[in-house]
Structure formats: C-alpha cells, structure tokens
Design a protein around this ligand. Structure first.
Ligand code: DHK
Length: 142
C-alpha cells in the first residue's frame, strides 16, 4: 500500500503553544496520532518543516511513492508558487487543510496558491480537521 503523505508547513511544530486561542491546545504530536489512528493499517508519512525546499522535496517523494496528500502549507499557502508547481506534478488526490477559517482572517490569508490544484479544501474545523482530511483522503484513494 502506497503511503499517504500528511505535510505541515512553518510554525506548526509549535502547535499547542502557538496562539492557542487561534490554533488550539493540541500539539502536532497529538495530531499525528489522530491521523495514524484514522488511517489504521494504511501507511502514513507525517512530516513538518519550516523549510520550503524540504516540503517540495517531500512532495517529489510523494509523486514517486505516495497515493495521496494532505497538506497544511501554513504561511507558504499564500506565498509559494514553487509548492504549487510541485503539487501540479502529483497525480493523486490532494486535500488542502487549514486549522483556522483563513477566509475569516486577515486579508493576507485570503488568497491560496495551493487551492488551484487541491481536490478539496478544509478550513476552520480546528485541529480536528486533520482527522476529517485523513478519513476523506482514504475514501478518495480506495
Ligand atoms: C496556519 C498558519 O500558520 C497560518 O499561516 C495560516 C494556517 C493558517 C492554519 O489555519 O492552519 O494562516
């Protein structure tokens, strides 16, 4: 079974401590466990980086070895054409995920480059969105 890739962008390593009133108190380790529980026997590659180049490297890896991608690009959502270009090469389903409802926030969070290639977008469910995204992606793959 080809793994699903769950990729996380900058500052999400601080989840739980980072602006808890906005992003909640669950840590990224909690979220990883929720995704693995949701996936059951399906292999999961769960990664986080503050580096754009590293995230692009993982998308390339998923192009060769993965069956689907859940990506919370965090701030790169609104800046990175490079991540968009990398995702364009991925043939499987892509779910763009945001913990917050970015469309309800500051204007610089309103335009997503990733949405151009995403199969679906989840925003505003809190960290719970990761569970929903994982379950939905697995249904799309099956
Ligand atoms: C996470 C971030 O780090 C911000 O840059 C985005 C996103 C929102 C989130 O809601 O998960 O604005």
């Amino acid at each position: 079974m080809k793994p699903i890739y769950i990729l996380n962008g900058p500052n999400l390593n601080r989840l739980g401590k980072r602006e808890p009133a906005i992003y909640g108190t669950a840590t990224l380790a909690d979220v990883e466990q929720w995704c693995r529980d949701e996936a059951g026997k399906h292999p999961v590659e769960f990664r986080q980086s503050n580096s754009e180049a590293e995230i692009i490297g993982w998308i390339h890896e998923a192009i060769d070895q993965g069956s689907g991608i859940v990506i919370n690009p965090a701030a790169f959502t609104f800046t990175s054409i490079a991540i968009l270009d990398a995702l364009k090469m991925f043939e499987g389903p892509i779910i763009e995920l945001h913990i917050t409802n970015i469309h309800k926030r500051e204007a610089y969070y309103h335009h997503s480059y990733v949405s151009k290639v995403a199969t679906a977008v989840i925003a505003g469910l809190g960290a719970e969105g990761y569970r929903v995204a994982t379950a939905s992606l697995l249904k799309m793959i099956k």
